[in-house]
Design a protein around this ligand. Structure first.
Ligand SMILES: NC(=O)c1ccc[n+]([C@@H]2O[C@H](COP(=O)([O-])OP(=O)(O)OC[C@H]3O[C@@H](n4cnc5c(N)ncnc54)[C@H](OP(=O)(O)O)[C@@H]3O)[C@@H](O)[C@H]2O)c1
Length: 299
């Protein structure tokens, strides 16, 4: 596919993990907009942002992302994950520009014995997953020129994430309990941002027509407890905090929201259509841990 570089990308979200990574990796062409200036619940603020910046592509990296909290706040989750994206898609249609909308492995129930492909049947186990799936459908319904990008297990030096949580816990505990039967593809947010920007460029290629749903996740897979152990292995190499990881089964570790045991995402379609190869998750982890140790040390 002949690739052009889209001149300006409007990213919905400012302080979030993926939003920050997009801002850094796309410096010079990414404009981040978040609260208070832009609110997903306020249609006028979405239209004003598009009119003001005239982007070539919009990436929605905002939403209700607290998976357990969504069980207690289903209406707010729906406002941010369904109604907001629908309104944003309509604003993009009015402006004649494409939208990249971020979604999640949590649209699946995790019972398949292989990584999920974009066209596998979704069956969310949680309110978060259900609202994200409804958001995908709302975007598709409102705007032909859309791409839904499902991602999983995102980590980085930015904002709240699993790796930061593990290192924070190890400052006050010798042992942490982590589920060992949830398997996924950890995804380094800066690599994810590069992939999203490559997709944005791909959408602007002449005659692009393969609108629809794609998966973007780090290469390789692991389970949560092994991921935690890898975090502490790297931390020790840098003289940082460490803890013993006590692996438990999800069935013995209840949380308000159920999560898929198999969260692995098959990247084949994204590789074929956009030529994107995601780096191994361990490379991103090796870059993230020392940076987080530096941040946590200065807290
Ligand atoms: N993190 C993961 O492991 C993971 C896994 C699968 C899918 N995803 C998906 O990836 C996307 C990005 O996730 P993330 O991890 O970067 O999330 P995050 O760190 O929790 O950030 C959430 C973002 O949503 C924005 N936001 C919340 N309420 C808003 C509102 N009313 N108006 C405008 N913006 C609002 C926040 O805005 P401000 O900038 O204004 O504070 C923030 O930028 C989401 O669609 C999420 O569902 C993430």
């Amino acid at each position: 596919m002949p690739i052009q570089t889209v001149q300006k990308v409007l990213v919905i979200g400012r302080t979030g993990q993926v939003a920050q990574a997009l801002g850094h990796r796309g410096a010079g062409r990414v404009v981040n907009m978040g609260r208070p200036k832009l609110d997903l619940r306020n249609a006028d603020s979405l239209m004003r942002a598009i009119d003001r910046h005239s982007p070539g592509v919009v990436i929605n990296a905002a939403g209700f992302t607290r998976v357990d909290q969504a069980e207690a706040e289903p209406a707010e989750a729906e406002r941010l994950n369904v109604e907001g994206p629908r309104t944003l898609a309509l604003a993009c249609r009015r402006a004649g520009i494409p939208l990249i909308h971020m979604s999640t492995d949590c649209v699946f129930d995790g019972t398949l014995a292989r990584p999920y492909r974009p066209d596998d049947a979704p069956r969310p186990l949680s309110i978060y997953g259900r609202t994200k799936l409804q958001g995908e459908l709302a975007v598709a319904d409102a705007l032909d020129r859309h791409v839904v990008v499902r991602v999983s297990w995102v980590f980085s030096q930015y904002a709240a994430n699993f790796v930061r949580t593990m290192l924070s816990l190890a400052r006050s505990r010798e042992q942490v309990t982590v589920v060992s039967d949830q398997v996924g593809c950890p995804t380094y947010a800066p690599a994810l941002a590069d992939g999203l920007l490559a997709i944005a460029d791909g959408l602007c290629a002449d005659h692009f027509s393969q609108w629809g749903t794609y998966h973007l996740a780090g290469s390789g897979e692991t389970d949560r407890a092994s991921l935690a152990r890898a975090v502490f292995d790297i931390s020790r190499l840098h003289g940082g905090v460490s803890a013993t990881v006590d692996g438990v089964l999800t069935a013995d570790y209840p949380t308000p929201a159920s999560r898929p045991l198999n969260a692995r995402l098959d990247m084949s379609l994204t590789e074929d259509v956009f030529g994107i190869r995601m780096p191994p998750w361990r490379e991103g982890l090796a870059a993230t841990v020392p940076e987080l140790l530096r941040q946590l040390g200065s807290d």
